[in-house]
Design a protein around this ligand. Structure first.
Ligand code: SF4
Ligand code: SF4
Length: 257
């Protein structure tokens, strides 16, 4: 039950947002487009007033996935803020223009590109950064760092997002940078077949685990708590070690195959 609670909260709150939208569609003359915009604006206002964050704390994805969550995120964007510029393919589809606008207009916002080396969202189509054409022929890769450098970014930090300490340092360095900075968090998607991935499994040492639940905070579906101790589902774990890096008792270790 403890494991199901976050899902129930997310479904209840997310479902309430959807139901409210449906009421507006059925009983008002507002068009769906206006309702969507209203959700974003409501999120900005509630986010700005600090009212939306408690809803996120309670419902997680149930509050961040609806458009009001996007609005609340917009309310947080301020000078020096990190700006998620999409994944690898989103950068090539639309993030590039935003990155150019930021540096050209002397914006104090740091683009962060989550570079998974493929188009994740729509089914692994190749794109200008994957090294293959849509027909599958080998092509010269457009490097994200070269594009950012050409735009005028002087401090481009390339980091493995699975290395939490390195990731944190990259964020701090970018925030402290006096020159235009950008972060590329690079780790190829595990589903890319032509890349040989380093996959393993992590396990929890039940004697060392104190049940603090810190490992749950990484949001990995393989991590759960059973009988007040953490447990990892071996069928879902790929051995990234992120949960192990946050464990204060070194209770999680990767087992080599
Ligand atoms: S973070 Fe470590 S000690 Fe805490 S619950 Fe997870 S495995 Fe146990
Ligand atoms: S090692 Fe990575 S994939 Fe495995 S349980 Fe921990 S966070 Fe999840």
């Amino acid at each position: 039950m403890e494991m199901l609670l976050p899902y129930l909260k997310a479904f209840a709150v997310g479902g309430a947002f959807c139901a409210l939208g449906q009421v507006f569609i059925d009983y008002t003359k507002l068009t769906p487009a206006r309702i969507l915009v209203a959700y974003v604006v409501a999120g900005v206002i509630l986010g700005g007033l600090g009212i939306y964050q408690p809803i996120i704390d309670f419902a997680g994805a149930g509050a961040t996935v609806p458009l009001s969550g996007f609005g609340a995120l917009l309310a947080k964007v301020e000078a020096g803020t990190l700006l998620h510029q999409g994944t690898h393919s989103t950068f090539f589809h639309s993030g590039m223009t935003g990155a150019a606008e930021i540096v050209y207009n002397h914006g104090n916002v740091i683009p962060v590109v989550l570079d998974n080396s493929i188009t994740g969202m729509t089914g692994h189509q190749d794109n200008p950064g994957s090294g293959r054409t849509l027909q599958g022929d080998i092509a010269e890769t457009l490097k994200i760092e070269d594009i950012l450098a050409a735009y005028g970014y002087k401090n481009i930090l390339i980091v493995d997002p699975q290395d939490l300490a390195a990731m944190e340092k990259a964020v701090q360095d970018a925030l402290a940078s006096t020159e235009p900075a950008a972060i590329i968090a690079r780790r190829p998607c595990l589903l890319i077949k032509r890349i040989k991935h380093d996959i393993g499994k992590c396990e929890v040492d039940q004697d060392k685990c104190i049940g603090c639940k810190k490992c749950l905070s990484v949001g990995c579906p393989a991590v759960m708590v059973e009988n007040k101790k953490a447990k990892i589902d071996p069928n879902q774990c790929v051995g990234c070690t992120v949960c192990a890096q946050v464990c204060p008792k070194s209770a999680i270790a990767r087992k080599e195959k």
